[in-house]
Write a protein that binds this ligand. Structure first.
Ligand code: S3P
Length: 439
């Protein structure tokens, strides 16, 4: 990519085929750094994601006094200093656009014996933080915020372990609370209404922490020192989602995405696609570092509409921008409900995707907690905006593959927040897509 390019140009007509890999899982890459920092000794991660969001976490962890060696872009050694080993940062910690970095670090900083400040981009400063600061204050945390948002200022506090019941399933909130629980005086339990991703619980358990789960409840009992991690990070299913979506729409043969994480708390999209008549096959299923991994295989399919709600939402939470594009091409009605969380992601993804797809000629019925789309619809190439939201920008490139004529996605450099090499990966499959200096 040209370093200055922020615009992606897409043309239709290509028939995708071939095998690719996608970069490492973003959720696991954040956690490898944060949990690795708290371990006693050197943790190793291969296949780590060097993207905007995770590099922000890397900066924060280093600012907390943790040495991190990068052998190459994707191979890290995190020199953890144990639960009592973080150092007071000398400046506010900058989480960039990364909501996961912020919500997990809130949990870690709440129980430290030093003061600190967590901050982020203007986009992150707009996102709600009371969902995590509220329960932490009940544990005794001393956190000052700005109308429930970042910047967040922490004062030293002794935390009490307690049981929390979350109104909305959120892995970020659950993880922040369990991490705070490492510094509390007794067990911390988090009960959620649905199956939010469980990477933190799996990783903590692999490190020797006292974590038990029961349905949608997880309990952390503080005590043992954390053992270092040795982790191979699988490809990110939420990045693979754009490749799978493109292949379903314009595949010209088999498309494979090798070595993708298929933790069942993350595979909602695969269930939705199966219901839409676009099955994705998993091959060579295996367990790597406590996480299920598979090679995914898909072909073009005539999709049909479906209904999505309930527990499926949290298991597919980052995949709705791509799903909205697929729904415009599926025969019949696709209805998504129970997905109001989409409105507080990097952007209001319901409003932003509906607005941009309308520029391509789509008809979208927006609802407070989802949307209704009746397809198939003809899309016409146009100039659209990525809104500095990586998943919006990438979803719009998939729409461009089926639109008539050329689609130009401006403000798309954000694709690097989670998927460095996205355009190049699509090109490798035959997509007519490039970075351009459009003005
Ligand atoms: C994430 C959890 C999800 C997801 C985000 C990553 C994580 O957010 O949208 O991209 O790594 O824990 P919520 O837990 O707030 O739904």
């Amino acid at each position: 990519m040209n370093g200055a390019s922020t615009t992606i140009r897409v043309r239709p007509g290509a028939a995708l085929r071939g095998a690719v890999r996608v970069p490492g899982d973003k959720s696991l890459s954040h956690r490898a750094l944060i949990l690795g920092a708290l371990a006693e000794g050197a943790s190793h991660a291969r296949g780590w994601l060097p993207a905007g969001d995770t590099l922000a976490t890397l900066g924060c962890v280093r600012a907390l006094g943790i040495a991190v060696e990068q052998e190459d872009a994707t191979t890290l050694t995190v020199h953890g200093r144990g639960l009592g080993g973080l150092r007071a940062p000398t400046a506010p910690l900058d989480c960039g656009h990364a909501g996961t970095a912020m919500r997990l670090l809130v949990g870690v900083l709440a129980g430290q014996p030093f003061a600190s400040t967590l901050d982020g981009s203007a986009q992150l400063r707009r996102r709600p933080m009371r969902r995590i600061t509220g329960p932490l204050r009940q544990m005794g945390a001393q956190i000052a915020d700005t109308d429930g948002r970042a910047p967040l200022h922490f004062r030293p506090a002794a935390l009490r372990g307690m049981a929390h019941t979350l109104p909305v399933a959120s892995a970020q909130v659950k993880s922040g609370l369990l991490l705070a629980g490492l510094f509390a005086d007794g067990p911390t339990t988090v009960t959620e209404p649905g199956p939010a991703r469980d990477h933190t619980e799996r990783m903590l358990r692999a490190m020797g922490a006292g974590v038990t789960t029961d349905g949608f409840s997880a309990t952390l009992t503080p005590g043992p020192a954390l053992r270092p991690l040795d982790l191979t990070v699988p490809g990110d299913l939420s990045s693979a989602a754009f490749v799978l979506a493109a292949a379903l729409l314009v595949g010209g043969g088999e498309v494979r995405v090798n070595s993708v994480g298929v933790n069942p708390t993350r595979t909602g999209l695969l269930d939705i696609l199966a219901a839409m008549g676009g099955p994705v096959t998993g091959e060579r299923e295996r367990l790597e570092g406590g996480e299920p991994v598979a090679d995914l295989l898909v072909r073009r399919a005539d999709l049909r509409g479906t209904e999505v709600g309930g527990d499926l939402i949290v298991r597919a939470i980052d995949e709705f921008p791509a799903l909205m594009v697929l729904a415009t091409q599926a025969a019949g009605e696709t209805v998504v409900r129970d997905a109001a969380e989409l409105r507080v992601k990097e952007t209001d993804r319901i409003a932003v995707m509906a607005g941009e797809l309308r520029k391509l000629g789509a008809q979208i019925d927006e609802r407070p907690d989802g949307f209704r789309i009746v397809g198939p619809q003809r899309l016409r190439g146009a100039v659209v905006q990525g809104h500095d939201d990586h998943r919006v920008a990438m979803a719009l490139t998939v729409a461009g593959l089926v639109a008539d004529g050329e689609t130009v996605i401006e403000d798309a450099a954000c694709a690097h927040d989670s998927f460095p090499g996205f355009v190049e990966t699509m090109q490798a499959l035959g997509a007519e897509m490039d970075w351009c200096d459009h003005d």
